[in-house]
Design a protein around this ligand. Structure first.
Ligand SMILES: NC(=O)c1ccc[n+]([C@@H]2O[C@H](COP(=O)([O-])OP(=O)(O)OC[C@H]3O[C@@H](n4cnc5c(N)ncnc54)[C@H](OP(=O)(O)O)[C@@H]3O)[C@@H](O)[C@H]2O)c1
Length: 251
């Protein structure tokens, strides 16, 4: 079933919820938006000193808390509290995720469940929550899903993880069609970048990725952030797309 198309442009998001905003790429996205005057709600299971400091410095336009994205009641309560403080959320960045470093045959069944729950089920539920509130108010919005190049290219040790990212890429396309232009829904698929998640990669694997990358370096979070900002804030007709940011490593 698809909604009727709506030709009005979708305005820039002014209150953005970022999941997993405590460190790595999520913290970089939160910092960039806050420094540009955007009101930002961010959560992770632990509020790091870096996120707490940013929130304290910009207390008028931030709302942060410790929330597990797989806890539906807690994410709902966080969203309500964030909206009371900052106004209606009209931008969502599904960034929180857990990685994997195990061959599929050696991955415990519970670990597969946890990866799927965190990286696929939880963002779909959070998206549903945000979309329902926006539609109920007759408002428009922007959604950015942080996926991965792993959804498009094969990497050993990342089978369940890749499946979740491919699932989010597919959901991005279908939701963009379903929302009929009321919201712009896109995904950003970075190549490997240094973070706690990718710390499991050894120097040999990192060297190999760099050698395969025409731009000659690993992707930096700072090279992904402007693309996320553009999808949230700029007037474009980009919708239902997965934008790869990997220096052409996968081309
Ligand atoms: N690093 C890479 O090479 C790479 C490449 C392509 C795509 N990505 C994607 O980029 C995004 C950010 O990754 P990153 O490298 O910045 O990872 P990271 O440093 O491990 O950060 C992940 C963030 O998600 C949060 N998180 C994890 N599980 C959560 C849960 N159950 N509930 C709430 N928050 C949770 C973490 O905080 P807590 O642990 O405190 O909850 C943290 O804030 C992810 O979607 C990842 O899949 C990463």
């Amino acid at each position: 079933m698809s909604e009727h198309a709506d030709p009005q442009p979708v305005p820039p998001a002014s209150v953005v919820l970022v999941s997993g905003g405590s460190r790595g790429l999520g913290l970089a996205i939160v910092t960039d938006l806050v420094e540009r005057g955007v009101r930002v709600a961010a959560f992770a299971r632990t509020v790091t000193p870096e996120l707490a400091k940013l929130a304290a410095e910009h207390s008028d336009r931030t709302h942060v808390d410790a929330v597990d994205v797989t806890d539906h009641a807690a994410t709902s309560a966080f969203l309500r509290a964030a909206e009371q403080r900052l106004g209606p959320v009209d931008g969502l960045v599904n960034n929180a995720a857990v990685g994997q470093d195990s061959l599929h045959a050696h991955t415990a069944a519970e670990d597969i469940g946890r990866i799927v729950e965190t990286n696929l089920t939880a963002p779909l539920r959070l998206t549903r929550l945000v979309v329902r509130r926006l539609l109920a108010r007759g408002r428009r919005g922007r959604i950015v899903n942080v996926t991965s190049i792993c959804a498009q290219r094969g990497f050993p040790g990342l089978v369940a993880y890749s499946a979740t990212k491919g699932g989010m890429d597919a959901a991005t396309r279908s939701l963009a069609r379903e929302l009929g232009g009321r919201m712009l829904v896109n995904a950003v698929a970075p190549g490997f970048f240094a973070s706690e998640m990718s710390a499991v990669l050894g120097p040999t694997q990192l060297d190999q990725i760099v050698r395969r990358t025409p731009t000659g370096h690993l992707t930096e979070p700072a090279e992904v952030v402007p693309v996320v900002r553009m999808l949230l804030r700029e007037q474009t007709n980009i919708n239902g797309q997965v934008i790869v940011v990997d220096g052409a490593a996968s081309v």
